[in-house]
Write a protein that binds this ligand. Structure first.
Ligand code: 3PG
Length: 307
């Protein structure tokens, strides 16, 4: 059995070592493709593998068709919008993610960016504090829950809206649920985005949505760039000079945001939310264990595509 780690953005070495230990202990072979620059490198690397561990790496129909022995793809992380699930199902390939394994790392980065945002990007001028501010968590999953926990430590009021998580569950965790996303934006000084990129959510964070935020609103995005309607956010930020946008996923219109909104816009050069040794170890080793359990016991827990 051959397992490939294909990561354009590599795991920390300690995580790769841990994955190797798991895979080799099961009697399998591990191959490594890191920092590849051409898709062809991925197409070549998958041709004889039975399993692949990826991060945000794109596994589309072409990659799947180039891998005739492939049985399982594990996205070491949460979002699996980078995998063609239908093509995987059509080729009888199981796709999994490793939910929760990197969520603390992502949540910590939310606050890393927020402190910088409220302290005027450290330009020497007086900023403000997070204590007493209202943070609205848009989608209350694993990352959202960690954001809530840390926000309470900052002394913030925590609100959340999730289209799928019932209000009483949110309430039972000491967070104030809102009846709708609109209500969340109306009542939050800061919105932290944690919605996945799906057909329904793409471009959904638009002018009308963000314009509901009170004066001085900050939008922080550690989810996906696709959920933002970039043209409409630019239009809004031109009209409302009080709004800030902080993102861990560089927008397509990064240069325009950067030139138009100095002191109100920040983007990490490369998605950094899950880029900690701890998150790499947690997600990478979980992926390796899931692959071993899949081959040895037929365990399909965490499968995300249809059979
Ligand atoms: C995720 O969906 O798990 C995060 O966006 C992290 O993605 P990454 O592994 O590409 O850093």
């Amino acid at each position: 059995m051959k397992v490939l780690i294909a990561t354009d953005k590599p795991f920390a070495k300690v995580a790769v070592d841990g994955i190797r230990k798991e895979i080799e202990a099961a009697g399998y072979e591990l191959a490594l493709l890191e920092k590849y620059t051409e898709k062809q490198q991925l197409l070549d690397a998958v041709k004889d593998v039975n399993a692949i561990i990826i991060r945000s790496d794109k596994v589309d129909k072409e990659v799947i068709e180039a891998a005739p022995q492939l049985k399982i793809v594990v996205r070491a992380g949460a979002g699996y919008d980078n995998v063609d699930l239908e093509a995987a199902t059509a080729h009888n390939i199981c796709v999994m993610n490793t939910p929760g394994q990197n969520s603390n790392a992502v949540a910590e980065l939310v606050f890393g960016m927020l402190v910088m945002g409220v302290r005027s990007f450290y330009d020497g001028k007086a900023g403000s504090e997070l204590k007493g501010k209202k943070i609205g968590i848009h989608a209350y999953g694993n990352v959202g829950r960690n954001v809530a926990r840390i926000a309470k430590g900052f002394g913030m009021d925590v609100l959340a809206y999730d289209a799928f998580c019932p209000a009483d569950v949110i309430k039972s965790e000491g967070v104030c649920p809102t009846a709708s996303a609109n209500e969340l934006y109306q009542h939050s000084d800061i919105i932290s985005l944690h919605i996945p990129a799906t057909a329904e959510t793409k471009q959904s964070i638009n002018y009308a949505m963000v314009n509901q935020m009170p004066k001085g609103g900050i939008l922080v995005n550690t989810a996906r760039k696709e959920v933002i309607n970039e043209d409409e956010l630019i239009k809004l930020m031109e009209e409302r000079t009080d709004i800030k946008y902080l993102t861990d996923i560089m927008p397509d219109k990064h240069e325009e945001f950067l030139s138009k909104f100095p002191g109100r816009y920040f983007a990490t050069p490369k998605k950094m939310g899950a880029q900690t040794a701890e998150a790499n170890i947690n997600a990478g080793i979980a992926a390796a264990e899931q692959i071993v359990r899949f081959f040895k016991n037929g365990d399909e827990k965490f499968r995300v595509n249809k059979k």
